[in-house]
Design a protein around this ligand. Structure first.
Ligand SMILES: [Zn+2]
Length: 201
């Protein structure tokens, strides 16, 4: 390798690149703050709170698997405990999103392209986006207006992105997953209200 020839070529390329960047209007350059946080959310209002990579399957959905379901869960944990569980590589569980009860704040833990482990059924995991809601199936007071509103917006965005019909056949509870013994979101979840909100979000 002739280093004497390689070096000037490299610096010429750098100069050219610098000149090209200088011609780009400032507003089109990437936000310098963007590098400070991983650019990993699929839903812009969400905060990125990643699950352990041991708790989901990397994929390239909807390439590898079509996405045609949203699965509604209730955590049976606090919001912060749910995030801690998903971040723990021993737990072997995750969901794409967690919605906080008090204010509807949304955390994204797994990219939509990847298969989160939330349904307890591989086929349903591969075809769905899983949303956890902070609360307990027997404590409907956790299902606040803010939680319904922000969750409905999130589900509406997912349905729009993947062409999922906004109905009860495609927006289902964990209890509807074949073979499950889970009951979430439970009888306190207002499905009629939720589906209406998803359609008007
Ligand atoms: Zn569940």
């Amino acid at each position: 390798m002739d280093m004497d020839r390689a070096a000037p070529r490299l610096s010429r390329r750098r100069l050219l690149k610098g000149a090209a960047l200088a011609a780009v209007p400032y507003a089109l350059l990437p936000d310098p703050r963007a590098g400070a946080q991983p650019q990993s959310v699929d839903y812009p209002p969400a905060e990125w709170r990643p699950a352990s990579t041991a708790n989901y399957t990397v994929s390239d959905r909807p390439g590898a698997y079509a996405i045609d379901r949203v699965i509604i869960h209730v955590t049976q944990e606090t919001y912060s405990d749910a995030l801690a569980i998903f971040a723990d590589p021993q737990k072997k569980v995750s969901a794409h999103y967690v919605v906080r009860s008090a204010d509807g704040h949304v955390a994204q833990c797994v990219r939509e392209a990847d298969v989160a482990w939330h349904a307890g059924n591989w086929g349903y995991n591969t075809r769905s986006v899983g949303i956890e809601h902070e609360g307990w199936v027997d404590r409907p007071e956790y299902f606040t207006d803010a939680l319904y509103q922000q969750s409905a917006r999130l589900t509406a965005a997912i349905c729009a992105k993947y062409g999922i019909p906004r109905d009860r056949e495609h927006i289902i509870g964990h209890y509807q997953v074949p073979g499950t013994d889970h009951t979430d979101p439970g009888p306190g979840w207002d499905w009629v209200r939720y589906i209406r909100m998803v359609n008007f979000s």
